[in-house]
Design a protein. Structure first.
Length: 201
């Protein structure tokens, strides 16, 4: 029988605009307990958008914690109460890339750093894309740039260490495998997502 890791006490130590940090005292095997610091996060979605030439769209934007611009997928927080994850992905693809897609699948789900946060991300595969009018951009989106790359070249950039954003790395590698399989086995766009944080709505 495995240990239950019961939460003995819990206290929020910091609450910010997006995250909050919680301190839990957790029971451990052998009759001891240990403090665990947990970053609560609303979750996020990203989109691998493929065009009919086999190219993928990357966006580049400034990320303050690492103090540089990173190549990423169109993506965003699940910070709209009650919004289904797919609708968040559709919204982010439109806002950041000016694109809509006719064919959607769930590509991959991942827990970004489960040793310290409940952040979960879902990456969608969007195909049959076409341009649409964007909403008004603000903040870092004002300087965001976009680039279409052959999917194979994008994967090469991941393997060369030139693409470092975790969601982009996972999504691009998964997309290459999905293409190799001719999209067989992909989950439907409304597939269950049990790891989505409750804070995500």
């Amino acid at each position: 029988m495995t240990h239950a890791h019961e939460v003995l006490s819990s206290e929020v130590g910091y609450e910010g605009r997006i995250i909050r940090v919680r301190r839990d005292d957790v029971s451990m095997p052998g009759g001891t307990s240990s403090q665990r610091d947990v970053v609560e996060h609303p979750g996020a979605v990203g989109v691998v958008a493929l065009d009919d030439q086999g190219r993928v769209l990357l966006v580049q934007q400034y990320r303050h914690p690492v103090r540089r611009r990173l190549d990423e997928l169109p993506a965003g927080l699940l910070d709209v109460a009650g919004e289904p994850a797919r609708e968040g992905a559709v919204r982010e693809l439109m806002e950041e890339a000016g694109l809509a897609a006719r064919t959607w699948h769930v590509l991959v789900d991942t827990l970004t750093s489960p040793g310290m946060t409940d952040e979960a991300i879902r990456v969608y595969l969007a195909r049959d894309v076409h341009e649409v009018e964007r909403d008004v951009q603000e903040h870092e989106e004002l300087e965001m740039t976009t680039q279409w790359l052959d999917l194979g070249e994008a994967v090469d950039r991941v393997l060369r260490g030139e693409v470092e954003n975790a969601m982009a790395c996972v999504g691009l590698l998964a997309a290459a495998e999905a293409v190799r399989r001719d999209y067989a086995g992909l989950r439907p766009v409304d597939a269950p997502w049990p790891s989505r944080p409750s804070a995500g709505g």
